[in-house]
Design a protein around this ligand. Structure first.
Ligand SMILES: [Zn+2]
Length: 403
């Protein structure tokens, strides 16, 4: 299968096929399983700009619904990270007279709360009504819309140019990224910066983190592809900084073209990516073969444990669990339930695989022999919290292991 690149219209060939998948964050109620939405999860790379992208076009309205359960503030590690981001932006970019910052997809306000508390002029753009309401309750100014060229023009007309635009774990979600970049160019002041953090292709490939591929991740960014995309829309990549969060992310800083000299890190990372062949189809094809091996190892292990009469549970129900369980064909026969502390996900099931999501108290009482760690990017935080767990952990990134 071949499609056109969402950024530059170049040819995109499918290199990774994770089969028919429902929406990663659907988490339907067990009584509402008759009409589940499925699409073919194919991922490819653009021949021209090297942008790695989802090949199916899933309507935005299908993807973001009012029950969107992800709450950025639920993880203490994430909360601390975003408080740090807010402080750094205030110290470096929001230092002029009456500065203005816009956050694209501000979720429950985990970053903007610190900015709002300091009295800095801000606007969170958040289309999901439920999380937007949580952000408003923290005193954050919210515009409930999708960010695109038109929204950016309207914001500029009402508030003036932005000194900083921020986005975390949201920019790679937006399939109309071309319109977002046009909007950024419109809204950003002459010396403003667009800073965004997203899961990094280099880390995804290195860890064989195939479960980071799901409907909401329209793209997996690399320094090479962001460098190319910025140029196409009159912007320039002026800095890039690797981050440990979410299992390996990159923080990109874009400015108006020619406004700021690029930091040495940009050229260094571009050279590293060329050496790692991150801009080559063959790299994705090799990744797909490693994902198949993880699938075979994980299902073999779970079947063996079931045959031995061992009790296995799942721990953590991030969107990733939807990709893994549907790709591997894991249902309640192999993992009877998964626990998750997010109330909005409890009493629901994982889409497609229909594994029930239960509160952590069930896990504590049940004391299973093994727990598959689906929220593997929070492994240290979870293992410290569950230090009383007497069973063993199963992880599958970068390969299947029992800890
Ligand atoms: Zn392209």
């Amino acid at each position: 299968m071949e499609t056109s690149c969402r950024i530059c219209s170049g040819p995109v060939k499918a290199s990774i096929d994770l089969g028919d998948q429902p929406r990663g964050n659907a988490f339907p109620k067990s009584g509402e399983l008759t009409d589940e939405f499925f699409y073919r999860l194919l991922v490819g790379m653009c021949d021209s700009c090297a942008m790695v992208q989802l090949m199916a076009d899933i309507p935005q309205e299908v993807r973001y619904h009012d029950q969107y359960p992800y709450r950025a503030s639920n993880s203490s590690v994430h909360s601390a990270h975003f408080t740090g981001v807010a402080r750094r932006l205030m110290a470096t970019e929001l230092t002029g007279h009456d500065p203005f910052i816009v956050e694209i997809g501000c979720n429950d306000g985990v970053m903007l709360a610190t900015i709002a508390d300091s009295g800095v002029r801000h606007l969170g753009v958040e289309p999901s009504q439920e999380v937007a309401a949580l952000a408003r309750s923290k005193g954050i100014r919210i515009l409930s819309r999708f960010f695109d060229e038109e929204t950016a023009s309207d914001i500029r007309a009402e508030h003036g140019p932005a000194d900083a635009i921020f986005g975390a774990n949201v920019i790679a979600h937006i399939s109309h990224l071309d319109s977002v970049l046009k909007g950024v160019r419109t809204l950003l002041g002459p010396d403003g910066v667009f800073v965004f953090e997203e899961p990094y292709l280099g880390a995804v490939v290195e860890q064989t983190a195939f479960d980071l591929l799901y409907d909401e991740h329209s793209f997996v960014f690399s320094v090479s592809s962001i460098h190319a995309a910025a140029r196409l829309f009159g912007l320039e990549l002026v800095d890039a900084e690797p981050l440990a969060i979410h299992g390996g992310s990159m923080r990109y800083t874009l400015a108006q073209r020619g406004a700021r000299p690029p930091a040495p890190a940009v050229a260094d990372l571009l050279a590293t990516e060329r050496a790692q062949r991150l801009d080559q189809h063959a790299t994705l094809e090799e990744f797909a073969r490693r994902a198949e091996r993880v699938r075979d190892d994980l299902t073999t292990l779970l079947r063996e444990l079931r045959a031995d009469g061992k009790r296995v549970a799942g721990y953590g129900a991030p969107a990733k669990i939807t990709t893994v369980t549907n790709y591997c064909g894991i249902g309640t026969d192999l993992i009877p339930y998964v626990c998750d502390s997010t109330p909005a996900k409890q009493d629901r099931v994982v889409a497609g695989s229909h594994i029930p999501v239960v509160p952590p108290s069930v896990f504590l009482e049940d004391r299973p022999d093994y727990a598959v760690l689906f929220a593997w990017n929070h492994a240290e935080e979870i293992m410290a919290k569950e230090s009383g767990f007497t069973g063993r952990w199963i992880v599958y990134v970068p390969e299947v292991r029992i800890i």
